[in-house]
Design a protein. Structure first.
Length: 477
């Protein structure tokens, strides 16, 4: 068959082998790979001028593949064992392979007609995730989405539609803590809520939402003629790994008739750990949960889920016609997922996550989660042994933060010193322990979720961190 497309099989096969060899080869030399490689202004300009626009004439696949490798060499290695910044994404080879398999079939996972196989997997996987979180098996459901931002946004749409009358939109109030992820405030803004309709509840000394302050805020707002409709709690805050007192918050929400959503984009994965599952007491009482598999479950970007207590509410909010109930009834063996969320065109994200779980099994996944939690606890223990170091937030869900505080320096000088320690660790390719602020001061933070990092390596990182601190302390005047 002749046509415009004239690719031959062999160059494609060769390119696939080359990129596969490149990907798998990095695991043989991870220790020496750069954690972070950022293009400077000159390099970025060269890349832009050389590669950014398409030409009228074709290029050989092998040449373009080399260009792609050069371009993508400038990046932060979120999957590096010693990358502790933000929330890493330590993708396993099996997670990468699952993405390759999913992309191979290019399934449109919007309707059951187009994706009956993958949609059946998505339905069963989400039902299982919901029951693992404690949601009722009879009614729980959900949908795969691109990330925590979209998962949170989806849940906030449900909260608005089910708890906030249309004539109260201008006086509706949502409650977050001062540790809540920024995607929540952005989502509320996208939905049309003003900044003064988002109540920021203070956190306690454990960085959890203060339950008494929450109750007081709701009472005050009702007295002022406002209309509380939603509480957003967090299981695993980005800054410190704190878990809000979900059970107490859910009890308040039930009493006040508010929607309660848990942002578990990071921390919810620990539900799959037999050892740490108990940390999530009260999750069974909530209305919705966000959960990212591309954070702590070793998936490529993007792979996230929103789980809901009552799946019929998704169809009620997102179905494009009035006959919404039919897609959420128990008799509907495979739903049309485009009626459960914002996206019409959507990839089969759930299938690649299913692939990883199927290959590894839950026991191994749970042990990997436990390992990450143990790494942060190891780092905390090592730091506590050192003079003039301060734990600013103890290890929680594999996140820990600390600060070097030698005598005779002001808070601003200490901020500069700790920033310098972080920068030097990265410059030496020892680790990416980036800084954040805890209680207003600059601290070093680690999110240690890579299953390939050993505790001995963590101890060596902490030891070098202390040496750098001592070396730099005399430079900060």
């Amino acid at each position: 068959m002749n046509g415009v497309r004239d690719y031959k099989a062999n160059p494609i096969a060769d390119a696939i082998k080359q990129i596969t060899d490149h990907y798998l080869g990095q695991f043989d030399n991870f220790e020496n790979q750069p954690i972070c490689k950022i293009a400077d202004t000159e390099t970025a300009s060269i890349i832009t001028k050389k590669y950014s626009l398409p030409d009228d004439y074709p290029h050989e696949i092998e040449d373009v593949l080399k260009e792609a490798m050069e371009i993508n060499d400038y990046r932060v290695r979120n999957d590096h064992p010693r990358f502790f910044g933000f929330i890493p994404s330590p993708v396993l080879p099996v997670g990468w392979l699952g993405d390759v398999v999913s992309a191979t079939f290019n399934v449109h996972a919007g309707s059951r007609m187009q994706s009956s196989g993958s949609s059946a997997i998505e339905k069963s996987l989400i039902h299982w995730m919901g029951t693992m979180a404690g949601l009722p098996a009879e009614t729980a459901g959900g949908i795969s989405v691109s990330g925590g931002s979209m998962a949170n946004l989806t849940a906030m749409v449900l909260a608005r539609d089910n708890k906030l009358p249309l004539d109260k939109m201008q006086v509706g109030v949502a409650y977050v803590s001062d540790q809540t992820h920024s995607s929540v405030a952005k989502g509320l803004r996208v939905l049309g809520f003003r900044a003064n309709q988002v109540r920021k509840v203070p956190s306690n000394d454990k960085f959890q939402m203060d339950v008494q302050a929450l109750e007081d805020a709701i009472k005050t707002d009702r007295h002022s003629g406002l209309y509380p409709f939603m509480i957003i709690a967090t299981s695993g805050t980005t800054n410190t790994g704190a878990i809000d007192p979900i059970d107490a918050i859910a009890t308040i929400a039930q009493r006040e008739d508010l929607w309660v959503h848990v942002d578990g984009a990071y921390g919810a994965s620990a539900i799959l750990s037999k050892t740490h599952r108990k940390l999530f007491d009260g999750l069974a009482k909530v209305d919705s949960i966000s959960w990212d598999a591309h954070k702590w479950l070793f998936q490529t970007y993007t792979c996230s889920f929103v789980l809901v207590r009552d799946k019929a509410l998704l169809s009620k909010s997102f179905h494009t016609s009035a006959e919404y109930v039919q897609d959420a009834t128990d008799m509907e063996y495979i739903p049309n997922y485009w009626n459960f969320g914002v996206e019409l065109t959507r990839p089969a994200r759930a299938t690649k996550f299913w692939f990883t779980l199927r290959v590894l099994g839950l026991d191994k996944v749970g042990k990997m989660l436990d390992h990450g939690i143990g790494l942060a606890e190891c780092a905390e223990q090592e730091v506590r042994k050192l003079p003039r170091w301060q734990i600013t937030s103890p290890a929680s869900l594999a996140i820990v933060s600390f600060r070097y505080v030698p005598e005779g320096k002001s808070d601003l000088q200490l901020d500069e010193l700790n920033t310098g320690i972080s920068q030097q660790l990265l410059a030496e390719n020892v680790a990416a322990a980036l800084t954040t602020r805890v209680k207003g001061r600059v601290v070093l933070r680690m999110c240690s979720i890579h299953p390939d990092l050993s505790q001995d390596s963590m101890k060596a990182i902490v030891a070098r961190m202390h040496e750098i601190g001592q070396e730099l302390a005399g430079c900060v005047q």
